[in-house]
Design a protein around this ligand. Sequence first.
Ligand SMILES: [Zn+2]
Ligand SMILES: [Zn+2]
Length: 308
Amino acid sequence: MTLEAFVLGTGGMMPLPGRGLTSVLLRREGSLFLFDCGEGTQVNLRRLNLKWKKISVIFISHTHADHITGLPGILMLSSQVERQEPLYIFGPPRVKEYVEATCRILEIYINYEIIVTEITSPGIIYSEDDFEVRAFSLYHSRPCMGYALEEKMRPGIFFPEKALALEVPQGPQWSQLQNGQSVENQKGKLIEPSEVMGPARKGRKFSFVTDTAYKPAIADEVQGSDLLICEAMFTQDMEEDAKDKKHLTSLQSAEIAKAAEVKSMGMIHYSPRYTRRDLYQIAEEAKSVFPDAFLTKDCQHIPIPYEE
Ligand SMILES: [Zn+2]
Ligand SMILES: [Zn+2]
């Protein structure tokens, strides 16, 4: 099962040439999940040539324009393909009003069902058989949510040699054992999956955090992420501004990543005041606290492999 992130935009406040607004597409095998959707999100979706017209779920952090004004275009273009499945949208209060008003005023033709859920309290908001998405509160100038997609534990490794030694020949019984069912061997003895399988293995975790003031509690929510995408809007010398505007600095993002013991942290939502070259300062500062921090780039592809 593949899991990979595509960075669609890395900027905050306004799009710049070569720097789209903050948005990340997560692809899990064939399913697509979009996190935030600023103006112009479509442009890099197109550039990446993904089959993006069938996005399953869109998670919106908050209703600031740089995170949401790309939505009408996505809704409109998603109608260009045959679609039976509904599109789910999650976000803080007023997201529903925004989607409804936009569709009504622009008279957008929509050929599928849109199900918008406003998140009023943190917790699990979406789940499928083998993963779930949890929303948690961030600390911004208006209601803002962070998200964590976490896969459930998956079965341990199957050892064919153990099955053979226990006289379970290759065949449908092997799949039954791998699916957690006990089977009878050739002598009629019951063989348990635990006799031929290793211990259950961890799934993967992807977290998305933007926009927010610094609070140590954020680390608890993103604990153990394989990939944390986290805003790092300002260099450390701008700490006071960051505090006033309720955003994170490089060092604060790194502190979160370090406390949460994430595997890697991609920084995002850069202030438009920084040129590409200035951003190296953000990277250097963050790496001084958390060496696995990196600057995300527009159109970057980030695979998220299993730990084992
Ligand atoms: Zn923003
Ligand atoms: Zn904001």
